[in-house]
Design a protein around this ligand. Structure first.
Ligand code: FAD
Length: 325
């Protein structure tokens, strides 16, 4: 039976949601191709067996003393060794910041094709095909990799993590050889943001503000709306360039690419470079006083109005609805 391999990602000893999304996506493809899903985690992780519920038959934990912290070269060496032994038909990699760092290095090391930041995968004519946005998200194309064992980067949140069973995955720890001399940069310290907001790439709901908010002090109402929705705050580049918000919150072509369940764009015009970062969101709500703003072309729901009136009213209404249960 052929194998589909998924590179897992974890944080603080637990698998991240992107891993479950990638395993679920792989499970669907594997079913159509009569293949099995093998997940690979670099290092050991608590909840490896739980990936069975998402469709992984086996989890390989690649172990070496050189792999306690992330390094591009160390992780690429370990992943390449497992891939060479497993000979999968494809490798799925979450297109997170780490995945986007590791994927190209791994592809170069293996001499395989890399298709980055895919938003959908399917099987057509017995072959894997992937969907990728092009031209800053103006066009979506279906592409069929023609080389053997392509590496496929999956955009976080673009795929649903679906529990399809209860069986635990078989977990195997495997020693791998890592040449420490080839690791050129090492993590010496990690400072975790305690209790801080979820990064926009991982957030299920995002409320973003733009230049129309006129100043950093007016992001208070964006934060309030975000709080009541359990959302993270995002921003357009104009708001970031003005120094109103940190670059880590910038959504778009030169910021972060996000695919939340709900994206609320407040006083953002919807320039193509902004849309490139958020137009694969499941539901988009736009609030803008200009009825002709391009953001309305991609919005699921649009509110034409003054953000300074609409946002507090929305926050209040959601608060009331929540209080009433
Ligand atoms: P504006 O375009 O100025 O829009 C403000 C909007 O607010 C308007 O639509 C206006 O009608 C509305 N408004 C004003 N007052 C109110 C009010 N009271 N209530 C409601 N609505 C109101 N941009 C990004 O966002 N992310 C990127 O990653 C990015 N990368 C770029 C890369 C390149 C190479 C280039 C050239 C540009 C990039 N940009 C990016 C910039 C992009 O082209 C736009 O300039 C930017 O997105 C505009 O931000 P904005 O929508 O907040 O501001």
């Amino acid at each position: 039976m052929s194998t589909l391999l998924v590179l897992c990602e974890s944080k603080s000893g637990k698998l991240k949601a992107v891993t479950r999304e990638a395993v679920s996506a792989a499970a669907k493809i594997a079913k159509a191709l009569n293949a099995s899903v093998v997940a690979v985690h670099i290092g050991e992780v608590e909840d490896a067996a739980g990936l069975g519920a998402f469709g992984a038959g086996k989890v390989i934990q690649a172990v070496s003393p050189e792999l306690t912290a992330y390094s591009t070269e160390g992780f690429a060496q370990a992943a390449a060794e497992v891939i060479k032994t497993a000979k999968p038909i494809a490798v799925f990699i979450p297109a997170t910041i780490r995945g986007k760092d590791l994927g190209p290095r791994l592809a170069a090391r293996l001499g395989h094709t890399l298709l980055s930041d895919c938003t959908d995968v399917r099987v057509a004519g017995g072959k894997i095909e992937i969907m990728r946005p092009m031209y800053a998200g103006k066009v979506n194309m279906w592409a069929r990799p023609t080389s053997e064992c392509p590496l496929i980067g999956l955009r976080p949140k673009a795929f649903l993590a679906e529990e399809t069973g209860t069986a635990a995955a078989q977990v195997e720890s495997r020693n791998v050889t890592v040449d420490a001399g080839k690791i050129r940069a090492r993590v010496v310290e990690e400072k975790l943001q305690e209790g801080g907001p979820v990064d926009v790439t991982e957030a299920d709901i995002i409320v973003s503000g733009g230049r129309g908010l006129k100043g950093p002090e007016n992001f208070g109402m964006i934060e309030e709306l975000a709080k009541i929705l359990g959302a993270s705050v995002g921003a357009s580049r104009a708001a970031v360039d003005a120094g109103w918000r940190p670059h880590s919150e910038q959504v778009g072509q030169t910021g972060k690419v996000v695919s939340p369940t709900l994206y609320v764009a407040v006083a953002i015009s919807g320039a193509v470079q902004h849309l490139a970062g958020m137009n694969s969101s499941r539901v988009i709500v736009a609030i803008n006083k200009d009825a002709d703003a391009p953001i309305f072309k991609v919005a699921t729901y649009g509110i034409v109005g003054d953000a300074f009136q609409v946002v507090p009213a929305l926050t209040e209404a959601i608060g009331k609805a929540k209080a009433e249960g």
